[in-house]
Design a protein around this ligand. Structure first.
Ligand code: NAP
Ligand code: FE
Length: 367
């Protein structure tokens, strides 16, 4: 038994937003545009959007304060704008952080209680969420196609919210908006897509054939393209390939979620400023090896077309993943390892893990 549910209209291509501009005129006359500090402008995406808004006389307000790993305070500040304006839709432009923030702001801003807690269970909170349109400027988080928003709570812990209402209604994928990413951002976001694709397929284990195909194709695109990155930064075909991989891997996690690999990485982003994709990648090979001890075929299926764990490891090695080391205290390692033992994702990750294994993961990346 399997299901497939992705209620997102995807339009891909150079200058796609101009080709499909009339779609932006369908949601109402007042938009909230959610972005980070610079990249929406730097990539050209914001300018393109505003040209269309001006043409259709769509009023807009720009909230450009989203930081990496967006905090709950930022979501609340964005949501407070709904007290002044009657927004019809949200356009989120940027990497995973502004896209996730745009989703959460669209939900909290339309809920009758502004001080509600989005992390509380229940879909009721999302029932008035206005349409969200996504314009990604990175290729990796997959937020442009997932029903998730990953936020940082008041205790500085990264936590996800999820609802069918958080799927963007439309994603405009223009690879030219990703040309301004430098080498390290390109690598970290590309590896985020690879971890999504593999982690989701580890759970699927071939049962859902659509997801299996998407995972395979996404792995292949990353394997074939995420090499000698510095030489390809301005190559639009390279950018398109990574954007395609991000979307496919995003569909994979929309169905199966991530694993303990993502959970282990969250504190590195929250407390050690690690880029999200790097925070996952430093644990990737070791967790896969551990799972392979009990179910080798499951791992080989999930990483294909990498033909072996050694091949995947040397791919990661060429991207210098083994060079990332962090200042970690004994207390942090103890606390984060305990959190992993108790995490929901542990129960959903195939394989045998205990606290000593988690400690060994953190010790290995210690400076
Ligand atoms: P990001 O956190 O959105 O952005 C990282 C940095 O990249 C920011 O400084 C940003 O600048 C810059 N940037 C973005 N686009 C750029 C471009 N085209 N050129 C130059 N710089 C650019 O990065 P991300 O890796 O895409 O997203 C990570 C976030 O997504 C994490 O919070 C993670 O938890 C979340 N995530 C969500 C999902 C999901 O399903 N919703 C899945 C995985 C990860 P500005 O600040 O100026 O924009
Ligand atoms: Fe991720």
């Amino acid at each position: 038994m399997w299901n497939y549910n992705i209620p997102v209209r995807i339009f891909q291509g150079e200058n796609i937003i101009f080709e499909k501009k009339e779609l932006l005129n369908n949601f109402g006359k007042t938009a909230l545009v959610v972005t980070g500090r610079n990249s929406a402008k730097l990539s050209g995406a914001l300018d393109d959007l505003l040209k269309i808004f001006n043409e259709y006389k769509i009023e807009f307000c720009i909230f450009d304060e989203v930081e990496e790993n967006p905090s709950y305070e930022t979501i609340e500040r964005g949501a407070n704008l709904f007290d002044e304006f009657d927004f019809d839709f949200v356009v989120a432009i940027g990497g995973g952080s502004p896209l996730d923030a745009g989703k959460a702001i669209a939900a909290l801003g339309t809920y009758f209680q502004r001080n509600a807690d989005l992390f509380e269970k229940g879909d009721d909170i999302y029932k008035n969420t206005i349409p969200i349109i996504a314009i990604p400027t990175t290729s990796g988080s997959g937020s442009e196609i997932t029903p998730y928003a990953i936020l940082t709570n008041r205790e500085n812990i990264k936590k996800g919210i999820s609802s069918n209402r958080l799927f963007p209604v439309i994603s405009f994928l223009d690879p030219k908006y990703t040309l301004t990413m430098n080498e390290s951002l390109t690598v970290s976001t590309g590896l985020d897509a690879l971890t999504h694709s593999v982690e989701g397929e580890l759970k699927n284990n071939g049962k859902n054939p659509i997801i299996k195909s998407l995972s395979y194709k996404s792995n292949q695109l990353i394997k074939d393209n995420l090499t000698n990155v510095n030489e390809k930064l301005s190559d639009i075909d390279f950018r398109r390939a990574l954007q395609d991989a991000s979307i496919m891997a995003g569909i994979v996690i929309s169905h199966f979620g991530t694993t303990i690999i993502h959970s282990a990485g969250y504190p590195l982003s929250s407390f050690k400023k690690a880029k999200h994709g790097i925070a996952n990648s430093v644990f990737f090979a070791d967790v896969l090896k551990r799972i392979a001890e009990t179910d080798r075929n499951r791992v080989l299926n999930a990483i294909s077309p990498f033909s072996s764990l050694q091949e995947l490891e040397s791919f990661m090695y060429d991207l210098n993943i083994d060079k990332y080391k962090f200042d970690l205290t004994d207390n942090e390692i103890e606390r984060w390892s305990e959190d992993l033992v108790n995490s929901q994702k542990r129960k959903k990750t195939p394989g045998n893990f205990d606290i000593n294994f988690y400690k060994s993961l953190y010790n290995k990346i210690r400076k």
